[in-house]
Design a protein around this ligand. Structure first.
Ligand SMILES: NC(=O)c1ccc[n+]([C@@H]2O[C@H](COP(=O)([O-])OP(=O)(O)OC[C@H]3O[C@@H](n4cnc5c(N)ncnc54)[C@H](OP(=O)(O)O)[C@@H]3O)[C@@H](O)[C@H]2O)c1
Length: 317
């Protein structure tokens, strides 16, 4: 059962079971969202004109997977803080739309089409961002896809695609970003892992493996470049309201009802899904000068979902 089925069932039946929600939405990544489904992820754009705080004024920021969801919200947030943002994704129409949103709000951003699975495209993307904005001060390696099948149901091609996108994509990004940072003598890299790295699901083998790989790459890179002014950290978001988990085409009211039920059942702690803006805030924090001594870390931003579970007592007969 995938997220979409769960959400639809919830809406249809008007009731919800903990098990069915868990098996779906937290498996993540099942949304091949249509362009029209992007409206719910528009909160960053809805913050209005980009009031430049100057926190990242003039900085060059690169983002992979900026065409929707967390990457899009983060592109908005960096631009609002004065950065010049180069971002990629495969869907040109979505990318151009995000670029337009940011520029209309007074920010500076450039969309460049690139597929993080393809080395030449990643190299070209990184070179173009560095060339346009004068190097790379911050990189947010965020592009990712999900997978929600039991191990024996996964095809070899599906497994490979998840690893190529989520793990090799992060490796390729770091590979081509680091030379610019070494040359400049500074840089910050944040990579999107997931709470699912620490919290496997029956249908999450490919996804969890790929997000654990991200942590491994991050730790090695942190050790490799720490003395050369480059910090590298992994961000582990919990379930976040993006096209990644929201079924395409689901009406806003139905999605709101599903989210309301999902939080208390699955996210002990804050008892709600994250909004993309909240994950973007964490990325900006990690990328800022506020954490000069943090590198090689895996930072959970998951509303407490990996902190543990509240104990549920069976009822006495
Ligand atoms: N939403 C959650 O609950 C959640 C929780 C934990 C972690 N995460 C992680 O957060 C990251 C962002 O996810 P999201 O929630 O924002 O989902 P999303 O809205 O589906 O965004 C995924 C982004 O990754 C890009 N992408 C996927 N494959 C790519 C490829 N081969 N080359 C270039 N770009 C690619 C997509 O762009 P194109 O399709 O245009 O290429 C899109 O911009 C992912 O790494 C995901 O694993 C999400």
């Amino acid at each position: 059962m995938d997220t979409h089925t769960n959400a639809s069932d919830y809406v249809k039946n008007g009731s919800v079971e903990r098990r069915s929600l868990l098996s779906g939405a937290v498996a993540l990544g099942l949304a091949g969202a249509a362009l029209g489904a992007g409206t719910h992820a528009a909160s960053a754009a809805q913050t209005g004109a980009h009031a430049k705080s100057g926190r990242f004024q003039g900085k060059s920021v690169l983002i992979t997977g900026g065409t929707s969801g967390i990457g899009r919200a983060t592109a908005h947030a960096f631009a609002a803080a004065g950065a010049r943002v180069g971002f990629c994704g495969r869907r040109a129409e979505w990318g151009r739309r995000v670029e337009r949103e940011i520029r209309n709000a007074g920010g500076e951003a450039t969309y460049i089409q690139a597929d993080v699975r393809v080395a030449d495209q990643v190299r070209r993307f990184v070179d173009q961002v560095a060339g346009r904005y004068g190097g790379i001060d911050v990189a947010f390696n965020n592009a990712g896809i999900g997978s929600g099948k039991l191990p024996h149901e996964l095809t070899v091609e599906e497994w490979d695609d998840v690893q190529a996108t989520n793990a090799r994509g992060v490796f390729l990004s770091i590979k081509y970003e680091v030379p610019y940072m070494l040359e400049a003598g500074h840089g910050v890299i944040v990579c999107t892992s997931s709470s699912a790295a620490d919290q496997a699901r029956p249908n999450g083998a490919a996804y969890t493996a790929s997000k654990r790989a991200v942590q491994g790459i991050v730790k090695a890179a942190a050790l490799a470049y720490g003395t050369q002014g480059i910090r590298v950290n992994a961000l582990l978001p919990g379930t976040t309201d993006t096209p990644f988990v929201r079924p395409p085409g689901i009406p806003d009211d139905d999605w709101a009802a599903y989210k309301k039920a999902f939080g208390p059942l699955n996210i002990d702690g804050l008892e709600r899904m994250a909004e993309a803006d909240e994950i973007a805030s964490a990325v900006l924090g990690l990328a800022s000068d506020d954490f000069p001594y943090m590198t090689g870390a895996s930072v959970a931003v998951d509303g407490g979902s990996t902190a543990g579970r509240k104990m549920v007592q069976p009822s006495h007969g």
